[in-house]
Design a protein around this ligand. Structure first.
Ligand code: SF4
Length: 348
């Protein structure tokens, strides 16, 4: 193991040659790379870029506006993961709606939200279903549970997204993807192999220091060879076939849809929504939510940060008007956001 560590370190510190851009497509990787001080180890010719892999960060403003509308205009109880509560909407965040009397509850899973609906049949309960392939199955399980228990007061407001469209959209911004291990634990390795066939290289990485360093070192060493490649550096968790049962569950209840990503815009078939047969559990169908035109704060450069086109520190309000205590954009709110990682680990 010592030899392996030394070799990885030698590759990463000693690399010289054509500058290599590596995009980590996962907020957890972004934070771990900062927290572990990995950026400081790298040769000046290796450039890490943060991509659109934080689910809260890529959720667009109009989704927050829809949730605020449900909470204030329909008196619905909103159940959500904590980070979404402080993400600014066009007029206000969910925290702002709560201050105006809306009921906004933080839950740890969609099943908690369904249980809340079961315990409170007098309330209408909506779970904000955001995230990638990793979290979508649990939203489907919550709908299944609601059906089995005959709940009539539970639904999902979906903004679930899938990674392949993002890989395609970001391919020109990077030489190498550091693929998110948890996503590919569900979907398997097929998408990464297809990207390599199209000339886009990448490595699947786990989340410990050793796993991240190994994946980076393998990526840099293979990049030097000059041919597009794919390597699975997280084989203890990611298999070629992924988790077929989870994929079947999602594909049985949901279907692809065009989805808006913050800063990137609408990408074809990059989202998942409930199929028509499950319309009773789809908050947009159930409550007839009007179309929202989300307006971002013009000072915020989250869109460029999420595409690797600028660093958080390039934003004029980074660390001044915008801090984790007083966030202006989603990338500073989320525990997985690039701006919060820069702020937490680059200050002093
Ligand atoms: S520092 Fe704040 S305002 Fe600037 S891009 Fe990041 S989240 Fe947006």
């Amino acid at each position: 193991m010592e030899n392996q560590k030394r070799t990885a370190r030698e590759i990463l510190t000693g690399y010289q040659g054509r500058p290599i851009r590596i995009m980590e497509v996962c907020g957890t990787h972004t934070h771990e790379i900062f927290r572990l001080g990995i950026r400081g180890l790298l040769s000046p010719d290796i450039h890490l870029i943060s991509g659109p892999g934080c689910p809260v960060c890529v959720t667009p403003v109009d989704f927050i506006d829809e949730a605020v509308w449900l909470a204030l205009e329909r008196g619905v109880t909103i159940c959500t993961f904590g980070d979404l509560v402080r993400v600014p909407g066009s007029r206000m965040s969910l925290a702002g709606a709560r201050a105006k009397g809306a009921e906004v509850r933080v839950v740890y899973s969609p099943l908690d939200a369904a249980e809340h609906a079961e315990a409170h049949p007098e309330k209408e309960v909506v779970f904000l279903s955001v995230g990638f392939e990793t979290t979508t199955p649990s939203s489907c399980l919550a709908v299944q549970m609601a059906m089995e228990r005959g709940l009539k007061n539970f639904s999902l407001l979906t903004a679930n997204k899938t990674m392949p469209a993002a890989y395609e959209a970001m391919a020109g911004a990077t030489d190498l993807f550091l693929y998110p291990g948890h996503v590919h634990a569900i979907t398997g390795t097929g998408d990464c192999r297809r990207m390599a066939e199209k000339g886009v290289s990448g490595v699947i990485a786990g989340f410990t220091a050793r796993e991240i360093l190994t994946a980076l070192a393998v990526g840099v060493a293979r990049f030097r060879e000059g041919e597009p490649f794919f390597a699975n550096c997280y084989p203890r968790v990611v298999t070629d076939e992924g988790a077929p049962a989870a994929v079947r569950l999602v594909n049985g209840m949901m279907e692809p849809c065009d989805a808006r990503w913050r800063g990137i815009g609408v990408m074809k078939d990059s989202g998942m929504k409930l199929k028509e047969a499950y319309g009773a559990y789809d908050a947009r169908v159930r409550y007839g939510i009007p179309a929202m035109e989300g307006r971002e704060n013009p000072a915020c450069r989250c869109g460029e940060v999420l595409q690797g086109r600028c660093l958080p520190s390039d934003c004029k309000v980074f660390g001044r008007g915008c801090t984790p205590e007083h966030p202006i954009g989603a990338c500073m709110v989320s525990g997985e956001g690039a701006c919060s990682a820069f702020y937490l680990y680059s200050q002093g």
